[in-house]
Write a protein that binds this ligand. Sequence first.
Ligand SMILES: [Zn+2]
Length: 85
Amino acid sequence: MPELILLQFDRNEIIALNRASRNGDAEASKFFTTLWNDYRDRALACFLCDAVVEFPVFSESLVISPMRPRPLVCRCVTSAASCPR
Ligand SMILES: [Zn+2]
């Protein structure tokens, strides 16, 4: 049974890291590519469809409230395949 894991980060921090990563910042990109490495020993569930996600994990941030920390969840989306949901 794949596990749904949510990683929680400071909202402004994750927005800044995402922006830096998209602008080519190597450290910020490394943060995202290694984000789920501690979970390689288990099956991670896609937040939307429950399918087991494959590495490299596509992460998506959820906005629960504009003022709250943003959890990051896994999606079973890679550049090659997309989530059915
Ligand atoms: Zn999915």
